[in-house]
Design a protein around this ligand. Structure first.
Ligand SMILES: [Zn+2]
Length: 269
């Protein structure tokens, strides 16, 4: 019996050590080859993200889930318990405004309510939101400065990187993005995005010398709307993505990819 127990301890030891290793060690272990960093981001707090999170976890990957705090618990949306389970598994929870507002159509005072109060709600639920995704990818200078004032350390738009709609755009964002409050992505993954196209975006980044490639997903379900990806496509893509580690390509949360820190909330006005 004793021998068996020791065997179990010994075989578990490397895993435990890997977990206990500080992030900085893990970073240096993966460099200099780790040049492409992919972030898997999921917008809108859709109920299908419970399954999406598990698909990532099965492959040892962590994603970023951008939620609208006012819609949590509504039909087709995650409830508080589901959101807590996703966070507990180690995924990042980020802000996406209270009600999915198109910020560029709002005066600055209302942008502040949408961004700051959403972040306050998430913090009150025990999360430490450090990054924001602008709904519809819609952003202007006011929204960027409000995002900063509300305490976000980085923010993501949609588009600006190479995809079918912009063949001349750069393949990837800078590893240290010039504008942390307008980080670019390829267009959102949608129902007819092919597995081949997802792979190609990663390959383009690797070929261009690496960089930061945040990918934007919405619902994760088969044939369920324009902004969806079939679970099978996501699984096949992530299985393939895992094999790219040998080429220095890794998956990180958006926050970890850009080194965003949690900053305290501004005082309530
Ligand atoms: Zn959205």
């Amino acid at each position: 019996m004793k021998v068996v127990r020791w065997m179990a301890v010994l075989s578990a030891t490397p895993v435990v050590l890997a977990i206990l290793q500080p992030a900085s060690h893990a970073e240096s272990a993966e460099s200099p080859k780790a040049r492409t960093v992919v972030s898997l981001t999921f917008d809108d707090g859709d109920k299908t993200h419970v399954a999406a999170a598990r698909i990532l976890e099965k492959r040892g990957m962590l994603g970023t889930f951008y939620v609208n705090s006012d819609t949590i618990g509504r039909e087709r949306k995650l409830d508080r318990r589901q959101l807590a389970a996703i966070a507990k598994a180690g995924h990042e929870i980020g802000g996406h405004t209270l009600t999915h507002a198109r910020l560029t159509e709002l005066p600055e005072s209302e942008q502040r309510v949408q961004i700051c109060d959403d972040r306050r709600a998430l913090a009150a639920w025990g999360y430490r939101p450090a990054t924001l995704a602008y709904p519809f990818g819609s952003v202007d200078d006011d929204a960027k400065s409000v995002a900063r004032q509300c305490g976000y350390d980085a923010a993501r738009r949609v588009g600006g990187l190479k995809d079918g709609a912009c063949r001349g755009c750069p393949a990837a964002e800078d590893p240290r993005p010039k504008d942390r409050y307008e980080i670019r992505t390829p267009g959102s993954v949608h129902g007819d995005t092919l597995l081949r196209q997802l792979k190609q975006q990663v390959l383009n980044t690797e070929k261009s010398g690496g960089g930061f490639l945040p990918l934007v997903f919405h619902r994760v379900c088969g044939n369920c709307g324009l902004y969806s990806v079939a679970p099978r496509t996501l699984e096949d893509f992530l299985d393939w993505l895992a094999t790219r580690e040998s080429r220095g390509t890794v998956v990180k949360t958006f926050q970890d990819a850009v080194g965003a820190r949690y900053r305290p909330l501004p005082p309530q006005e």
